[in-house]
Write a protein that binds this ligand. Structure first.
Ligand SMILES: Cc1cc2nc3c(=O)[nH]c(=O)nc-3n(C[C@H](O)[C@H](O)[C@H](O)COP(=O)(O)OP(=O)(O)OC[C@H]3O[C@@H](n4cnc5c(N)ncnc54)[C@H](O)[C@@H]3O)c2cc1C
Length: 510
């Protein structure tokens, strides 16, 4: 077995299992505090729950009904923090909440929105207000009253990649497609075994271990022969993507008769994203798929609200994820708390194991701070918290979206406006790095379709751990919605050839 060597000494301070938002958030925070960090992810970064979310950075209006004031306050505050840290990936979004008297009464909604406006800090986001809907509203004619409030939208998978980059830039080793297959304590350290996709194995030692395996967190504890301690409740949530249902950049939050809510969000310029569902899940988290019942549920909610009927035939894409929630024994899956629980295991003198249960994209940074605070007694050399005001890669010295697009188009006059816009949204100021050494459109290389050029593909492989077509089409971008099957096949071939030539080169160099 080939040992992995940490950069400065013989032992990592912290090994993190899981490259979802919580794993990369903890790895970035720890690396920035001067710890020697390794992160392993069995698939791609954000391959599972962290790319299957509703993509909201939100306080969670609905959680007020469940008296989750701590979570809502923390999450409301994080909206402002994340807007500052990653302004290219996080942006304000206006929500319209149609009011139908037989559902929640108006006074209850007003009271909830008042709390939402005042429970946490709010500098950039507008306060809520009452609305009378215009006659040309896309909603059904009987829906004339509504409320409006603000939250934020985020590119979930890119937020994960940005945190992994932040971790790497502070010295962390990030290994994708590398599964942790075993870990045991010995002489005050964790001894880990990792396995790569090609079957090769690595071993390493670490002073502390973080289990951020999301829906696999409980399985990992069993594998390590650790007491399960806290039970995990897996709750499936699914979304459908439809051609854009209405003009405008606002979202709708629709109340359903069962007390649940469904979001309708503007998505990738031409589409609407509709979700989510909440159902118990017992299967393999890697195999989760939307069911017919969920599709019918989402379509029924849409058709109860929108004038223009929507049918199954219009669905262009769907995705499902599994929420790895801490089981608080709530009766229904939608009532289970979305707050996080951190479980620290290890007797005095033993290497600690910290497991993450639950959480939201929105609160990942606070979760990471709380995790490191718990680990601090075992890693006393760690520095203080630092992430609140530090920009994520791409968000440094942010000039503003419009200014950055304008600067790009002035410097690269041949660059189509749509591409400048998409790259600005995706890469922020790192777009200058993407375009380094490029002087004309020819130098962008082969065009795979929908504005995806070889240059961007190579950048994603070299800088952002992309290896397979899905990593690019559905996580680093959402261009899978636009590329035809043959264009996607051409991308697959290109990546296979690229990989083969790299393997040949490394064999020659060996
Ligand atoms: C439908 C839905 C909608 C949501 N909407 C929102 C929202 O709008 N806003 C919000 O804030 N939150 C939302 N969430 C919650 C949020 O997405 C999750 O809390 C978050 O993504 C969980 O991240 P994670 O890192 O814990 O898990 P994951 O993203 O699942 O990451 C865990 C990783 O661990 C890896 N792993 C597992 N075992 C091993 C191993 N042995 N070795 C190496 N790697 C391993 C997995 O491959 C996986 O990538 C939503 C969740 C769902 C399901």
């Amino acid at each position: 077995m080939q040992p992995v060597h940490p950069p400065l000494g013989e032992v990592y301070d912290l090994a993190v299992i899981g490259g979802g938002i919580n794993g990369v958030g903890i790895a970035a925070d720890a690396a920035g505090r001067g710890l020697r960090v390794l992160l392993c992810e069995q698939d791609d970064l954000a391959a599972h729950t962290s790319s299957a979310s509703s993509k909201l950075i939100h306080g969670g209006l609905r959680y007020l009904e469940h008296y989750q004031f701590r979570l809502v306050r923390e999450a409301l505050g994080e909206r402002e923090v994340l807007l500052g840290k990653a302004p290219h990936l996080v942006r304000p979004l206006r929500f319209i909440l149609p009011h139908r008297a037989h559902l929640r009464p108006a006074w209850l909604i007003r009271a909830g929105l008042f709390l939402y406006d005042h429970l946490g800090p709010r500098q950039h986001l507008a306060a809520s207000r009452y609305l009378r809907l215009a006659a040309d509203s896309p909603l059904q004619a009987d829906i004339r009253q509504a409320f409006e409030y603000a939250d934020c939208w985020v590119d979930d998978a890119r937020l994960v990649v940005a945190n992994a980059q932040a971790a790497r830039e502070r010295g962390a080793h990030v290994h994708c497609r590398t599964r942790c297959i075993g870990a045991r304590r010995s002489k005050g350290l964790w001894h880990l075994q990792l396995e790569r996709r090609d079957g090769s194995r690595l071993s390493l030692r670490a002073r502390a271990l973080v289990n951020a395996a999301g829906p696999w967190a409980a399985q990992l504890l069993q594998l390590f022969k650790q007491p399960d301690g806290r039970a995990l409740r897996l709750v499936q949530g699914s979304h459908i993507v439809l051609p854009r249902l209405y003009p405008g950049e606002h979202a709708y939050i629709l109340q359903n008769e069962d007390g649940r809510i469904v979001f309708v969000l503007p998505f990738q310029e031409h589409f609407s994203l509709v979700g989510t569902t909440d159902r118990e899940y017992q299967g393999d988290p890697a195999q989760v798929r939307i069911s017919d019942v969920e599709i019918d549920y989402l379509l029924a909610v849409l058709n109860r609200h929108f004038r223009q009927p929507v049918s199954r035939a219009q669905i262009v894409h769907s995705f499902s994820g599994v929420r790895p929630l801490y089981d608080d024994h709530s009766a229904s899956p939608s009532a289970v708390s979305r707050d996080y629980t951190l479980a620290l295991a290890g007797n005095p003198g033993e290497a600690p194991l910290l497991s993450v249960f639950g959480g939201k994209l929105t609160t990942y940074r606070r979760l990471a701070e709380a995790a490191l605070q718990l680990l601090a007694p075992s890693l006393p050399q760690m520095g203080p918290a630092w992430t609140a005001n530090a920009a994520l890669p791409g968000g440094e010295q942010w000039p503003g979206h419009a200014t950055l697009v304008e600067q790009l188009r002035r410097r690269f006059v041949w660059l189509p406006a749509s591409l400048a816009q998409r790259w600005t949204d995706s890469y922020g100021v790192r777009v200058w790095r993407l375009l380094q050494g490029i002087h004309d459109s020819q130098a962008l290389g082969r065009h795979f379709g929908a504005g995806l050029y070889q240059r961007e593909v190579d950048y994603l492989c070299d800088e952002e751990w992309a290896q397979q077509a899905e990593d690019i089409l559905w996580r680093r971008s959402k261009l899978g919605l636009l590329l035809s099957a043959s264009e996607q096949a051409a991308l697959r071939d290109y990546l296979a050839q690229r990989q083969a030539s790299r393997t040949r080169l490394s064999t020659v160099l060996d």
